[in-house]
Write a protein that binds this ligand. Structure first.
Ligand code: MN
Length: 251
């Protein structure tokens, strides 16, 4: 079967989970740190569930699949993925991760706004940055860097040049504290509503990005916002058929 057909087939396959699933996002791992908390979490979650969903910003930066960065984390993910299912949605920091590269490492990349079912719940998964529509500067930046042209141009640069561009961006972002919740503009509720309306009959939305872990209950749906991770503490949302949804911390 040619690759295109395989891709179409994968797209057509619905993810229907009947037992349990774990959701995390916004770990912002850096290549020069030990990231033991994440490596320990993978071991921990292998007993919790067969289905791990990473909803973006697992990595604080990604400069191309050829960088050799995060090799410990990638091999731990591959090991996990050989036994269980790992699904990933790109965040605004790690949007350059290639589908084929992740597939080779046993991770399935899903589109932003993917519908799944958890038991009888219909659930929509997103990173969440597109919901922050009041931040027009960011949305313009996003449009540019998500374009094929920008990505081809960036990835065609030599690795050391890409690394230096990424580190400049990180320095700028550090100075502005752009990773802090008070500096991330929150979701626009009208945009949340229009996403729900566009994806009937969704009753649950799970996303990250804003670093504002919370459960928001609306008339017709519930919105779970995943939290960000600290160096020594992580958190996750778990769904179990018998117990429903629950936020947990991990350290
Ligand atoms: Mn983000």
């Amino acid at each position: 079967m040619c690759q295109k057909n395989q891709l179409l087939l994968m797209k057509a396959q619905k993810i229907n989970i009947t037992d349990s699933a774990v959701f995390i996002s916004d770990l912002h791992l850096t290549d020069n740190a030990s990231n033991n908390i994440f490596l320990n979490f993978l071991e921990h979650s292998s007993v919790l569930t067969n289905n791990l969903f990473i909803l973006g910003d697992l990595f604080d930066y990604w400069v191309g699949d050829d960088s050799g960065m995060y090799s410990n984390e990638i091999s731990a993910l591959r090991e996990f993925g050989e036994q269980k299912n790992i699904y990933f949605i790109h965040g605004n920091r790690d949007f350059l991760i290639g589908r084929n590269y992740f597939r080779e490492n046993q991770i399935t990349i899903l589109d932003d706004e993917t519908q799944i079912t958890l038991g009888h719940h219909r659930v929509l998964l997103m990173h969440g940055d597109t919901l922050c529509s009041d931040d027009s500067d960011y949305q313009a930046f996003r449009k540019e860097v998500r374009s094929k042209k920008w990505q081809e141009n960036f990835l065609a640069k030599k690795l050391d040049e890409r690394i230096s561009i990424a580190s400049d961006l990180r320095e700028q972002s550090k100075k502005l504290n752009l990773n802090k919740p008070e500096n991330i503009i929150d979701v626009n509720e009208k945009t949340v509503n229009s996403v729900i309306e566009k994806n009937p009959p969704i009753e649950i939305l799970i996303h990250g990005h804003t670093h504002r872990q919370n459960t928001h209950r609306y008339n017709a749906f519930t919105r779970f916002v995943l939290g960000d991770w600290k160096e020594n503490q992580g958190n996750y949302l778990i769904w179990k058929e018998a117990k429903g949804f629950e936020f947990k911390t991990f350290s």
